[in-house]
Design a protein around this ligand. Structure first.
Ligand code: MSP
Length: 521
């Protein structure tokens, strides 16, 4: 196995409300990345982090609205997040909460170091000043008039609050040139490219210093050098990516930092592509290799919002479709970097078409034919017949790797489904039920091609649908865990499905669903 390592993170989500589909979207994507990298590099060389962001005005407000102490409130929400990640088969190595001591200690250490640090222009990195302006609690950020539409924050449809406080500031304005150089040289990658251009645009206008503390707020980490102030929630939160590893002195840090990819949506890219790298530069720590901002999705054409009442809880989809199908449905509908829309009605149609009909039926048909014609054993393969399966798979693995490494999940899934469709078309063309009468040698080859392609399809599907992938392998007669412990090179080798292996027809992989929306039509 390789010595390379991979560290992937999701944003730490605000613990002000229960998890929704937006959070699940990024977390499933990160899980797919982590599972793919584990397959490539071995489990010990991959680290996958998620967690909750538990300080700040927004959380304090939500706790008050729920008549709970902030800590009690966030304990409850953090448990909700962990529960849904379990249901969605999220394989995170750690779950960081910003109210944990291990996190607070690192934040305090960072703040002390920032207090002593100098910017590339030789100025103190942080300084005391007064901030007067507007603050949107929903975004936990300062707003200028240009950010507002009709005087309101467009994301939260609320007027920001007037704000005047003595604060400590981070001299972000001194970091523009350095950041520009790092982004343009590709040393610090901001992806997709359109997002890099946005950040470069901001830098060109001129980065403004940001307040890194709050005076009137109590729910946060006190500044070590000014106990009347608490740390600004973004400085607190961004540090999680290192605090979770145990700080810059820890073995995990030494193995996994710099982070290979911070995943998030475009709403919070600015913080990850300006404030975070500036803090790291000031601390003399390496920057993450890449930050990737995916698009935002709407539900039935509208932004998900409590007021509209169209917020989808991830639980709802898991109840309806099951874990693996939910994962598939979320990542297959549109490109990861672009905005998209989910229509609930369409989801059931896609489930029935792609999962129940194309993949599910293929597996059950091929196993049934093997059962019937070869007493449930993998038939002997007369090498040479219909070699195109083998050749196509070789190119498909290459294409799949390119898509997986560039986070084009919908395209990687497409490669998998091309295989599935190739198999279904092959069955229609070869008509195994006719070959069964007098052409058993050809039938053996046909079925072997199909069974082996299904095996490889199960391996390809594994990052997306871990449970289904194991079930397919078990139906093909493998002890899934033992089989999956093999190296990726072995798993991808053509014809490694052992001849004569006893297959076991299992339960239907994806039971067909009635589309409620089509019922009366
Ligand atoms: N707490 C901060 C992040 C701190 S990271 C150091 C925060 N939390 S959040 O709960 O608001 O989560 C925002 C993230 O949730 C987005 O960046 C994205 O990953 C995910 N999404 C929330 N709604 C979404 C959509 N409608 N569409 C796509 N992603 C969505 O910001």
């Amino acid at each position: 196995m390789s010595n390379e390592k991979f560290y992937v993170t999701t944003p730490i989500y605000y613990a002000n409300d229960v998890p929704h589909l937006g959070h699940a979207y990024t977390t499933i994507a990160a899980d797919v990345v982590a599972r793919y990298q584990r397959m490539m590099l071995g489990g010990d060389n991959v680290y996958f982090l998620t967690g909750t962001d538990e300080h700040g005005a927004k959380i304090a407000q939500a706790a008050e609205d729920n008549k709970l102490k902030p800590q009690e409130f966030v304990d409850k929400i953090a448990a909700d997040f962990q529960m849904i990640w379990d249901r969605l088969s999220i394989s995170n190595n750690d779950f960081i909460r910003t109210t944990e001591d291990r996190h607070k200690e690192i934040v305090v250490d960072f703040l002390n170091k920032l207090k002593e640090a100098k910017t590339p222009l030789g100025n103190p990195v942080i300084y005391e000043g007064e901030y007067e302006g507007l603050y949107c609690v929903g975004c936990e950020t300062f707003k200028s008039e240009y950010d507002l539409v009709d005087g309101k924050c467009p994301d939260h449809n609320k007027e920001p609050e007037p704000y005047k406080e003595k604060n400590w500031f981070l001299r972000l304005s001194d970091y523009g040139d350095k950041l520009k150089e790092l982004i343009e040289s590709g040393e610090f990658k901001v992806l997709p490219e359109i997002r890099a251009n946005e950040i470069l645009g901001l830098i060109n206008i001129g980065l403004k210093d940001v307040a890194i503390s709050r005076q009137t707020l109590k729910w946060g980490i006190p500044l070590p050098f000014d106990k009347d102030q608490v740390t600004y929630v973004w400085v607190d939160a961004l540090s999680n990516y290192i605090s979770a590893l145990g700080g810059p002195e820890s073995d995990l840090y030494k193995k996994f930092w710099p982070c290979d990819i911070h995943l998030m949506a475009k709403d919070i890219l600015k913080f990850h592509a300006t404030i975070w790298p500036a803090i790291l530069l000031a601390l003399d720590l390496p920057l993450p290799k890449e930050v990737f901002a995916h698009g935002f999705f709407t539900v039935d054409g509208q932004k998900m919002s409590k007021t509209i009442g169209n917020v989808i809880a991830p639980d709802e989809l898991v109840d309806q479709y099951g874990t693996d199908a939910t994962r598939y449905l979320l990542l297959s509908q549109f490109g990861f970097g672009t905005d998209g829309d989910f229509s609930k009605e369409r989801l059931t149609n896609i489930y029935n078409a792609a999962l129940a009909n194309e993949l599910g039926n293929l597996v059950s048909r091929v196993l049934a034919m093997t059962d019937k014609n070869f007493a449930g054993r993998v038939p002997k393969y007369n090498v040479g017949y219909d070699k195109f399966f083998e050749f196509d798979l070789q190119t498909d693995w290459n294409r799949y790797d390119v898509y997986m490494k560039s986070y084009q999940f919908d395209q990687a899934l497409n490669v998998i489904w091309e295989n599935v469709r190739r198999c279904n078309a092959y069955i229609d063309k070869e008509k195994p039920w006719e070959l069964a009468n007098g052409h058993k040698d050809i039938l053996a080859d046909v079925l072997y091609n199909l069974l082996e392609t299904i095996r490889q399809t199960a391996i390809m599907s594994r990052p997306f649908m871990p449970e289904i992938s194991e079930r397919i392998l078990m139906q093909l007669g493998f002890e899934a865990e033992k089989e999956l412990a093999k190296s990726i090179e072995d798993l991808r080798k053509w014809a490694s499905l052992p001849l004569d292996q006893k297959i076991t027809k299992g339960e239907v992989l994806f039971p067909r669903l009635e589309n409620e929306n089509n019922k009366d039509k």
